[in-house]
Design a protein around this ligand. Sequence first.
Ligand code: B12
Ligand code: SF4
Length: 512
Amino acid sequence: MADKKKYTLFLISPRQKFVNYPAHSEMAKMFGKKRLMIPLALPTIAALTPDHYDIHIFDEEIESLPKNLVPDIVGITTLAATGIRAFELGDHYRSLGSKVIFGGPYASFMQEEALKHGDCVIAGEAEGKWEQALADFEQNSLKQVYSSEIYVPYKTQPPPRWDLVNMNRIFQVAIQVSRGCPFNCDFCLVSKNFGRKMRYRNIGNVVEEIKAAPSKYFFFVDDNLTINKKYAKELMRAIIPLKISWGCMCSLDVATDDELLHLMAEAGCFNILVGFESLNPASLDESQKHHNRGGSIYAEAINKIHAAGIHINASFVVGFDNDTLEEFDRIFDFTMQHNLPHVNLHLLNAPPGTETHRKFREEGRLLSCDPELGVGHFPTLHYMQMSQIGIFDKYMETVTKLYSFDTIRKKGEALLSNGAFTRPGGEISAFMKARLSWITFTAFVLTNDPDRKKLFRFVIKLIRTKQIAIDKGLGFLLSMLGYYRHIQEHHRNLEQYRMIVRQQDKGAWKDK
Ligand code: B12
Ligand code: SF4
């Protein structure tokens, strides 16, 4: 049989103009890496690609695109935050004669626009459709749109092609064990993209993937890793022997099951991201978020998770119609009351495809601004009770307070002195220990900030008296430094950012 013709394929994640989760990037830098992780879509799609493709994966956040190589075909993953850059790259590669295929949540819901810059959109899940599109491309009969009519079975999947990723530049690998979400929050795309019925991978298939991965540090990108507690417990039991260290997203009700929580800690979980979204019940109702809520339940759940030695990355959104600027203070106070130092605070935005987008579009309340501003730090909507500059300034004031070392120290001292963080999170080499110790020393000792010095002395004492594992102690200091530096970076650009926001400022919608 004649050899198949070879094709060169680029799989690209476009760079983001406005950085999000920069605390993560700061952390990655401290570990000598460029980025915490790259989008899982790229190595996943590479694994679906036949052998006669010479595949090159590029994440523009960690490497530049080569100037001397023209691919036959290019696949570009898109988010609202990277949409404009993705389309620029589409135009560029088409001008060189390559075929361009877009995928991911932005292009899936912006097909018409995407087709102005590319030859094809694969809407929704790639499995099955990508292989079909490549076969059609080879026959010169690539269609404009491929969309999955049914969700893929997703019991097993080939291991993502991490061998094609420059692992020296990223800290951890992403892994996914389930798809779908039974809920349907207005501001989210997940159930629209992946359905409301949960699909789970066979645990054996997941274990094989973890064993083959080039890292001991993972992030489970599942929207709620513990939504099916039976599956989650089986998964934990299977991964305990693998001795990995990982973070994930899940809802607070994980704390209602002591067995699960302790299995998670034993399996290496160091951090869970919890979408509190709002502390304003009217806003939760407004956005159809009916789970993960409830006054005193919060306190009990947070305490239990902390007592298991697991950090909470608390995520909040402000900007719902029922929100006023007071929401920011409510969130700040809540994080103080519950000793939550890791906080992600976002302004509501409305990616295409969401119910929030439909509502704001129909009401004429989408700002005609750069969609790449939609990373959660900038106003992109015409809010009901807050002007754009008002919400931006209050956002900046709140994050500045949240990540000041005065706040961090108070929360850190209360959180870490409970003795729960004694279990090491993962092995770190002697070289890395020395590197991290040096960074912490220069940032926390060679400083004039008394809160920073005091926090450092406190953590070192805990490490010496074995009340906290060394990696957890240094990890805490470094992640806080990451948040702090991120806000400093925002302050350096503040005038430019305020100018962008002022240009869009239209006052509160209710005052119109
Ligand atoms: C993990 C995650 C994160 C992580 C890591 C992101 C990363 N860079 O890896 C963190 C916490 C950092 C994060 C941050 C943000 N995220 Co996020 N995140 C997710 C999450 C939960 C999983 C993504 C994932 O890895 N899935 C697994 C892979 C395999 O699936 P996938 O990417 O969808 O790819 C499949 C298909 O879409 C398709 N596909 C994708 N790309 C391509 C390309 C080609 C060529 C083809 C053919 C097919 C294809 O094929 C794949 C296999 O079927 C999704 C929700 C979800 N369940 O999808 C939200 C999601 C992607 N995030 C979202 C948002 C809004 C954000 C933030 C802007 C949040 C904010 N306001 O601050 C930031 C942006 C930061 C950034 N640029 O990365 C939105 C995106 C909406 C949009 N249109 O842009 C989502 C969909 C959640 C939501 N609210 O609806 N996120
Ligand atoms: S925000 Fe979370 S719970 Fe709500 S639909 Fe999205 S993934 Fe599901």
